[in-house]
Design a protein around this ligand. Structure first.
Ligand code: FES
Ligand code: FES
Length: 149
């Protein structure tokens, strides 16, 4: 199969049961997407598939054949960070950081969705769990950037 990840094309030969998350982490050495629950419940593995956010632990790699996958490693264009990444730093929107790549990918994906208020952002981000409880700062960071993208 051919997987396009962060603008690069990869030819892969995989067991057809391999998830997109395992493919990224184990075969392409892109460990930004995290394996939390491996059951679609926590959002730690969130990546963008053709621009839409998905939990990569529930997606088979073969179903992403020919589609564009973007992970947290591929968000910044050029040398700087993505505005959402900058906002996470500015708002101190993380503690341990385990959920952060998923939160950031989810935030980038939702900028084309409902973002008109902090409440809408909280609802749209509710699939991304943060054990550290950094939700208030995460919402502030996303709300600051969402309108500007
Ligand atoms: S690891 Fe995919 S949703 Fe938790
Ligand atoms: S920052 Fe620790 S789980 Fe979210």
């Amino acid at each position: 199969m051919t997987l396009q990840v962060n603008g690069l094309e990869h030819q892969l030969r995989l067991d057809n049961r391999t998830t997109l998350l395992d493919t990224l982490r184990e075969h392409l050495e892109l460990t930004g997407a995290k394996k939390g629950c491996d059951q679609g419940q926590c959002g730690a593995c969130t990546v963008l598939l053709d621009g839409r956010r998905v939990v990569s632990c529930l997606i088979l790699a073969c179903s992403a054949d020919g589609k564009a996958v973007t992970t947290v490693e591929g968000l910044s264009a050029g040398q700087g960070l993505h505005p959402i990444q900058e906002a996470f730093i500015a708002h101190d929107a993380l503690q341990c950081g385990f959920c952060t790549p998923g939160q950031i990918c989810s935030a980038v994906g939702l900028t084309s969705e409902e973002t008109e208020s902090p409440a809408a952002i909280r609802e749209a981000m509710s699939g991304n769990i943060c054990r550290c409880g950094a939700y208030t700062h995460i919402t502030d960071a996303v709300y600051e950037v969402a309108g500007a993208l």
